[in-house]
Design a protein around this ligand. Structure first.
Ligand SMILES: Nc1ncnc2c1ncn2[C@@H]1O[C@H](COP(=O)(O)OP(=O)(O)OP(=O)(O)O)[C@@H](O)[C@H]1O
Length: 618
């Protein structure tokens, strides 16, 4: 059973045919990605489509010619007929068939090549579009399990479904070949065509049914598949290896993986077995149709209505047509199935962010005049029952350094996320210089902020790039990067790295050097200094720093943010007391505010927590 509520997959034939509506936008995407290849693929295939009929027709002509000549040629030398009188036509027919065979191979290989290149270009284009679109969506979306399922399915489609173009082109090619063969059959005897269709339709419906069942299974099991991927990565990755070993977690993870994938396997096996049984039955039906037609052809040849050449042409046509039409119908149903999967990709592209720039955004005040004001702000994470912050009212004055303190879960990080408009409040409002934050372009707002979170990212990039991500446009500005490193005290770490700023970090790639938790933090803090930020926010990225380092880092932070608006979050009171003003949060509300001395004098929670920590050091 799926653990997360998922919308039902599209059911029934109508939905499956409706999914074919995804084919035109898909082809549009292909056209945009590689118009030349698409056109070339189509031309090559159309040329190739007519070769089988032509080859079979030459085969018929050859046989009739052979039958005619065999009566005239004396027995003896197998090569003696070449060059003899009256055999020119036969030689031309054989030569034509030879050329067709070579041409067919050549066209087949060229279209294979074009397909490969096309699919590469398409995978790239759709992955780029996927990444771009994902980046435009709200943070809240990413934290929703249903969204992650949709993202996962879309990601699979962007890589996995790209053979679809080749499939559609092959369909077109086979369609043209079928029409050519069928015209031949109809000319000889229209009943043959009816017999053929009768033999094929059940197979087609059967395939369509099983394809849809497979899709339903994939759809319903997306959460489990995500869990499988998660387990695979967790059980075997550089980030988790240490803890997995210490806790001896491998058997647990493997057991879980096995149980989940077993249930997957069983479901797949059921479908595959039913498909095999029905497939054999339907195929036997097709064979019966063929032999019925064959009986008629043999009779017609014996009674002189058809020549031997006609018999080979017709029998060959029927057999090829059966194979082709079967392939075409099954391919059609497979295309419909693929188109169902495309629903995931296009469905994802249709997903829209809710935090958008207004039609005419206000220019961001630079410098900020009065500051930010929270007015009765309340926010609940999507799907959460509890408010993360509620009735939150305070001012973050321009130019001041404000510290946020409070126990775990008090709402400090949430407050910062609201300030950076990663979320919008559900109640109340946040203003900047008197204007609602929603009046500004969220990108511009974020660009004016330097926020380093507790769970900042450790990029598998060079040390220099790990700092430059704070302002990626300045990636080549070595002076700016080293200045940022100096400010955050990361310069001493970089100096010790074998390749300095060019040193690859982390264990993911070759020659990477791993840093300690505190060293990573100093590097991350340098990101904030890369920006021309109006507001600097350190949300506890200093937890792994030793006491002296944190003191130094914060001292610098305060000096460097002089005149700028700054927010710092820390559980260390020695750092917090440096701030101009301290806000004590509890249960998502402001419980008290003031300078360190004022708060101590109030003898409230702040004084209590401060005493608790101080006592620990005595
Ligand atoms: N992404 C999220 N989705 C749902 N709930 C969340 C999410 N992040 C935080 N919460 C909830 O919101 C509340 C406030 O969390 P927040 O991270 O703001 O606390 P904090 O004061 O920063 O805590 P800490 O000192 O542990 O970092 C907590 O009760 C937490 O469970």
């Amino acid at each position: 059973m799926s653990r997360h509520p998922l919308p039902d997959p599209p059911q029934g034939f109508r939905a499956r045919w409706a999914a074919l509506g995804n084919v035109p936008p898909f082809l549009r995407m292909v056209w945009q990605a590689a118009p030349g290849f698409l056109l070339l693929g189509l031309i090559l295939r159309l040329m190739r489509a007519l070769i089988p009929v032509a080859a079979l027709w030459f085969g018929k002509l050859i046989i009739d010619e052979v039958v005619r000549l065999s009566a005239l040629t004396p027995a003896g030398d197998a090569w003696g007929w070449i060059g003899a009188d009256g055999t020119e036509r036969l030689i031309w027919f054989i030569a034509a068939e030879f050329v067709l065979a070579i041409l067919s191979d050549l066209l087949g290989r060229s279209s294979g090549l074009v397909d490969t290149l096309l699919s590469e270009r398409l995978t790239m284009a759709s992955s780029v579009r996927l990444m771009g679109h994902a980046a435009s969506l709200d943070l809240a979306s990413f934290e929703d399990a249903g969204f992650q399922d949709r993202l996962e399915r879309a990601r699979r489609q962007s890589g996995g479904r790209m053979t679809l173009t080749g499939q559609i082109l092959t369909q077109i090619q086979d369609g043209v070949t079928v029409v050519a063969f069928a015209s031949g059959l109809v000319i000889y005897n229209p009943w043959l065509m009816g017999l053929l269709l009768l033999a094929l339709v059940p197979a087609f419906l059967g395939e369509a049914h099983f394809n849809a069942r497979n899709y339903d299974l994939d759809f319903r099991r997306t959460p489990e598949r995500r869990e499988l991927d998660y387990l695979r990565v967790t059980a075997a990755s550089v980030d988790t290896a240490k803890e997995i070993k210490i806790f001896g977690l491998a058997p647990f993870l493997i057991g879980r993986y096995r149980a989940l994938s077993d249930s997957f396997y069983r479901a797949r096996r059921r479908i595959a077995a039913a498909r095999a049984v029905w497939g054999t039955l339907f195929s036997a039906l097709g064979t019966a149709g063929y032999y019925l037609a064959y009986l008629w052809m043999v009779g017609a040849t014996l009674s002189g209505q058809l020549s031997i050449g006609d018999l080979t042409f017709l029998a060959g046509s029927f057999l090829r047509l059966r194979g082709l039409a079967e392939g075409l119908l099954l391919g059609f149903s497979a295309t419909a199935a693929q188109a169902l999967y495309l629903d995931d990709l296009f469905g994802f592209f249709r997903e829209q962010p809710s935090i958008l720039p207004p039609a005419s955004p206000r220019p961001l005040p630079r410098p900020i005049q009065t500051g930010f004001r929270f007015d009765g702000v309340g926010f609940r994470y999507p799907g959460a029952a509890e408010w993360a912050v509620r009735d939150l009212s305070f001012t973050l004055k321009a130019g001041e350094t404000l510290a946020l303190v409070g126990e775990n879960g008090a709402g400090k990080t949430t407050l910062v996320k609201l300030l950076a408009r990663l979320y919008d409040p559900d109640e109340g409002r946040i203003t900047l210089d008197g204007h609602d934050l929603r009046a500004f372009d969220p990108q511009a707002l974020r660009a004016a902020m330097g926020v380093i979170f507790q769970d900042f990212v450790r990029y598998a990039l060079t040390a220099g790039d790990n700092i430059a991500v704070g302002r990626i446009e300045a990636r080549t500005d070595a002076d700016r990067i080293s200045e940022a490193a100096r400010r955050s005290l990361a310069d001493r770490i970089v100096d010790r790295l074998p390749a300095g700023y060019d040193q690859m970090l982390g264990k993911r790639f070759h020659n990477g050097v791993e840093l300690s938790g505190g060293e990573w933090q100093k590097l991350a803090i340098a990101r904030a200094y890369m920006r021309d930020a109006e507001v600097l926010i350190l949300d506890e990225p200093t937890a792994a720093l030793d006491a002296r380092s944190e003191f130094e880092v914060f001292q610098r932070f305060k000096d460097l943010s002089a005149g700028r608006t700054a927010v710092l979050i820390s559980h260390r009171f020695s750092s917090v007391r440096m701030a101009d003003r301290i806000l004590v949060l509890a249960n998502g509300r402001v419980e008290a505010s003031g300078t360190h001395d004022e708060l101590i004098a109030q003898r409230g929670r702040y004084a209590e927590l401060f005493e608790l920590q101080a006592a620990g050091y005595r």
